[in-house]
Design a protein around this ligand. Structure first.
Ligand SMILES: [Zn+2]
Ligand SMILES: [Zn+2]
Length: 382
């Protein structure tokens, strides 16, 4: 591919003119088509995508639309490529980029804020006030891969240098796709105060964010870490990732179980990652006075909240969006130091061409699937 003179390339990594890319058609329908390889602009690099994990939010986007926002509206029939939890190899450097080298393995955060708004200036780029303004004369430079701009279910993608995290050589492609998920858990705990050593934490919902929430809380020194959920196999993985106690809420009342583990007292923090409708009020009953609740998942319907209980007990509530404040770098540091084994959460791998089958595994939890990864041929074997 002919790149402009101010874009650096290397013949070790030849770049084709076009690439294979999955495109979202009608709701729930993806088509494997051909797209031009995108060109990196200022402060951007071109990443050859080696592996990409499927997230519950991808399923939301593919089947329901939000939180994707393409040209101000729904993502259907707009030649849009979803996918946001990807990693790969740097193959071209846009104008002015010297932060990365060609051939470097990286994993990428989803959000590049506009860099111009108040929140971006505060490091809260996942809450960028210009979210979704990527097109035409309102292009503010904001990108959210697979949400507001093309994502990772393809062979190449451009990324702002601020969204990239170099990964250890010892880390497999599959493990590297999990760094952002761990980063999201880290961001939640950072927002709760971060210094959780010796403090008690409940994580509700053993999905990927909940399981890695357990791992990150434990790595930060929390004690005890309690995980609640409905599936024994996932609770068992939670134990391996650092949960001191697990509670199967099909067999036990979660509030009573937590209070009994805590000798009648509540916990300091709850990281709510189940998105179940009743989970917020349960979290409020598990927490001690002055404790903090982080909402890392959301129910699809509106729920009733016992506000009087929140106010009378001085409970703090935090909504968190994505992987803000460079939390992903801190998560990668834990993974690099082998503080927990994120690969326990990865269960299945498919080639990129079999994305619909991979999605079926993730959506229907076929064969107890948790994190399903799709790989390009050129990614390395783990
Ligand atoms: Zn995700
Ligand atoms: Zn911004």
């Amino acid at each position: 591919m002919i790149m402009p003179a101010n874009v650096k390339t290397d013949k070790t990594y030849p770049i084709p003119d076009s690439m294979k890319a999955w495109v979202l058609m009608e709701q729930g329908e993806l088509s494997f088509s051909e797209k031009p390889v995108p060109m990196p602009g200022k402060a951007e690099v071109l990443v050859r995508i080696d592996a990409v994990a499927i997230c519950a939010t991808d399923l939301e986007i593919i089947y329901h639309g939000p939180p994707a926002l393409i040209r101000g509206g729904s993502p259907y029939n707009k030649n849009f490529t979803p996918g946001h939890e990807y990693m790969g190899t740097v193959v071209a450097l846009g104008p002015g980029v010297d932060e990365f080298g060609i051939g470097e393995r990286v994993t990428v955060e989803i959000h590049a804020g506009c860099g111009q708004c108040k929140r971006c200036r505060e490091g809260m780029y996942t809450s960028c006030h210009n979210y979704g303004k990527n097109y035409g004369d309102v292009d503010k430079g904001h990108r959210a891969n697979g949400f507001t701009t093309d994502g990772g279910f393809c062979e190449y993608q451009v990324n702002n240098v601020n969204t990239m995290i170099p990964i250890a050589d010892s880390m497999s492609d599959e493990e590297a796709t999990l760094v952002v998920t761990a980063g999201t858990a880290m961001y939640g705990l950072t927002e709760l105060g971060g210094l959780v050593a010796g403090e008690s934490v409940v994580v509700t919902g053993p999905g990927p964010i909940g399981l890695l929430g357990v791992a990150v809380a434990k790595a930060l020194g929390a004690q005890p870490v309690i995980l609640t959920g409905t599936r024994d196999n996932r609770l068992e993985i939670g134990r391996k990732l650092g949960a001191d106690h697990v509670v199967n809420i099909r067999r036990e009342d979660p509030v009573e179980a937590v209070r009994s583990i805590m000798n009648g007292k509540g916990v300091d923090y709850v990281v709510e990652s189940s998105g179940a409708a009743g989970s917020f009020n349960e979290a409020a009953q598990m927490i001690n006075r002055g404790g903090k609740i982080c909402l890392a998942a959301f129910p699809s319907e509106q729920v009733e909240v016992d506000l009087a209980h929140i106010v009378r007990n001085n409970i703090y509530v935090y909504g968190i969006r994505g992987e803000g404040k460079s939390a992903t770098h801190r998560a990668e540091a834990f993974m690099r130091q082998k503080r927990f084994d994120a690969t326990l959460v990865h269960t299945h791998t498919f080639p990129l061409a079999e994305l619909p089958e991979a999605i079926r595994y993730a959506k229907d939890r076929v064969d107890d699937a948790i994190k399903v990864v799709v790989k390009n041929d050129r990614g390395r074997d783990s």
